[in-house]
Design a protein around this ligand. Structure first.
Ligand code: F6R
Length: 255
């Protein structure tokens, strides 16, 4: 893993945006994996800024969301397909239909999961997968206790995740869906590169387990220890339980 502890959210967004600009300059038709939730929002704002400056274009790019709630009505603002449209996709130049997410309104969620996995494969695979991390160590919505090699599947959200995400639903946990469709840990592992952003002390335990803990279904993000091109961008608070922090910094500085 390449791990950087950066001084501010702006700096994290800037370093992450550099990675997108480089990738899309080298490969304008790259396939992106996009995350929702609060962690990537400053990055999306930075990418919108750079797009407006003419530094990057998404017109030949396709993108796949990590996950989607099951059971929300199609137009619900917190549905992840709607979230990404509002926060990012509609603000840059993706072609119509270029950004896809799992179909959380499908009658047959198992089929929807298989179709989504097949679509990712048919695209040629994800070049750069963006990730956040849950306080319980989930990436995408792969909650603790699942297979470390799963493909896109339906998933029950943990009570902790529903409590964490209640802030998007007027603070009311009962409004947070119980089910979701999510790329699996195996799906994420197939991405050519992954970029995980974590900020805040509430993520510190999960970050420390992910980077330095034993690989375990109890902390799903630990599977990233097997990925050969994973970049982790942290703020001080999210990094504060890392034991080898100075070493990671030295390695980052030497890149
Ligand atoms: C979102 C996703 C989740 C979030 C995680 C952190 O698409 O897959 O894994 O990345 O729950 O959420 P935030 O960034 O809101 O703390």
């Amino acid at each position: 893993m390449k791990i950087a502890v950066l001084e501010s959210g702006e700096r994290i967004a800037s370093v992450a945006a550099d990675m997108y600009c480089k990738l899309l300059a080298d490969k304008p038709s790259a396939v992106l994996g996009l995350a929702t939730g609060s962690s990537p929002v400053p990055l999306y704002d930075e990418l919108v800024k750079r797009y407006k400056q003419g530094d990057v274009s998404f017109k030949d790019t396709t993108a796949f969301l990590l996950d989607e709630y099951v059971g929300l009505p199609a137009g619900h603002p917190e549905g992840y397909r709607n979230f990404i449209e509002r926060v990012f996709a509609s603000r840059v130049d993706f072609a119509p239909g270029a950004v896809r997410g799992p179909d959380g309104t499908a009658r047959d969620v198992r089929q929807a999961a298989e179709d989504y996995e097949a679509a990712i494969r048919a695209s040629g695979g994800i070049d750069l997968q963006l990730l956040g991390i849950g306080t319980d160590g989930h990436i995408a919505f792969n909650e603790p206790g699942g297979s470390l090699s799963s493909l896109t599947h339906s998933q029950v959200l943990t009570e902790q995740t529903r409590i964490d995400n209640a802030r998007f639903f007027d603070g009311d946990v009962s409004q947070v869906p119980r089910f979701c469709l999510t790329q699996g840990l195996g799906t994420i592992g197939r991405a050519s590169s992954v970029l995980l952003i974590a900020q805040g002390a509430q993520k510190a335990r999960a970050v420390a387990e992910m980077v330095e803990g034993a690989v375990s279904a109890l902390w799903p993000a630990t599977v990233l220890q097997f990925h050969n091109d994973a970049t982790i961008l942290l703020d001080e608070d999210a990094a504060h339980q890392l034991k080898l922090r100075d070493h990671y910094q030295a390695e980052w500085d030497a890149l």
